[in-house]
Design a protein around this ligand. Structure first.
Ligand code: ZN
Length: 347
């Protein structure tokens, strides 16, 4: 007795009557026991009109596999688990192979392949897949945790693919994380940070504020101006403004983590070629920056520094800084303590 609904007619070798003829491909709702539970799902089958009514159905091997996949996906949907298609989509979204995704998550190499084709994932595995699906930053965390499972080249490749999936929020988070990471040893107020904990929001606002008022602001000059802002702040009110820690460098004070500082997502920094073909970082104001996080005292300090150095060339501000006690009394590579920084000359 024919059941189900007709999908299409197919001309094929029929295993029931051993002839080449047109058979009907049909679908119907079937039930199966999976993990001890009765599950309804859609199954497909072929129907031979030449055979006896009680044995006129057959399936090909690939049809049986597809039916089982449907049954397992019906179980997954019922239990709120990711379907095999969703697992494939997560993997393809990141451009990863089955083995790479399995290694990324710290699983056996065949695990993802099994979940995409023949096994239902446990809830714990499902949760991990969802974490990665919704958040590339978590995928990056897994990559870090399971780094040893990849060659350096492969790891870099996968990292690039994941980073491509980060939106601007994720990129901002990443650049901050890199910068803050360099200050891991300075989480307490001390003479090194001017008794101020690193304040990335304030640093971004401060840099943009300086760039609004100082034309042709390049990195070398900005680094010195940041130090002067913190030094003046220490001198006037006993604590620095940014929480940056500065080292004695041939070109004057240089904040720790200055490379990652320049990469902060909310800064407007452009690499430009100078007259002698050196590449230089030109800092512009950031569009839409909210300056209200600077209070009047802070603006007064910053303006004082801007008015002093606005028209100095990089070379001039370096030479000026070289005369400071904080520079003279420290050695190359030393952290410049704010107890010395606050003794800057009056200006
Ligand atoms: Zn037949």
């Amino acid at each position: 007795m024919a059941t189900g609904t007709l999908i299409r007619k197919v001309h094929m070798d029929c295993p029931l009557c051993d002839r080449k003829h047109e058979v009907e491909e049909r679908k119907r709702v079937a039930t199966i026991i999976l993990k001890g539970e009765e599950i309804s799902y859609e199954e497909k089958f072929y129907l031979c009109a030449n055979a006896d009514a009680d044995e006129n159905e057959f399936e090909t091997g690939s049809m049986t596999n597809a039916n089982l996949l449907n049954a397992r996906n019906a179980y997954r949907v019922k239990h709120g688990l990711l379907t095999s298609e969703e697992i494939v989509a997560i993997r393809e979204n990141y451009g990863l192979s089955q083995v790479d995704l399995a290694r990324l998550l710290g699983w056996g190499e065949a695990t993802i392949s099994r979940y995409e084709s023949k096994a239902i994932q446990d809830e714990a595995y499902d949760t991990m897949l969802r974490l990665v699906k919704d958040n590339p930053l978590i995928a990056l965390d897994f990559l870090k945790k399971n780094a040893v499972k990849f060659s350096d080249q492969k790891r870099a490749e996968i990292r690039t693919k994941i980073v491509e999936k980060l939106g601007s929020y994720g990129k901002e988070y990443l650049t901050r994380q890199a910068f803050e990471g360099e200050y891991a040893d300075f989480e307490e107020p001390s003479d090194a940070n001017g008794f101020t904990i690193l304040d990335v929001d304030k640093i971004e606002v401060l840099i943009s504020y300086i760039a609004e008022k100082v034309p042709n602001l390049f990195k070398v000059k900005l680094m010195k101006m940041l130090w002067y802002v913190d030094a003046v702040s220490c001198k006037m009110r006993g604590r620095a403004m940014t929480g940056l820690v500065y080292r004695h460098n041939t070109m004057g004070a240089l904040p720790m983590g200055h490379y990652s500082l320049m990469n902060l997502e909310n800064l407007n920094v452009h690499e430009e070629e100078s007259y002698n073909y050196d590449s230089m970082l030109h800092i512009y104001p950031t569009k839409g920056m909210d300056y209200s996080i600077l209070n009047d005292d802070e603006k007064e300090i910053i303006d004082k520094v801007i008015n002093k150095f606005k028209n100095y060339k990089a070379k001039d501000i370096i030479e000026y800084m070289h005369e400071e006690k904080a520079y003279v009394e420290t050695k190359p590579g030393d952290i410049i303590p704010f107890s010395l920084a606050k003794e800057i000359r009056e200006f």
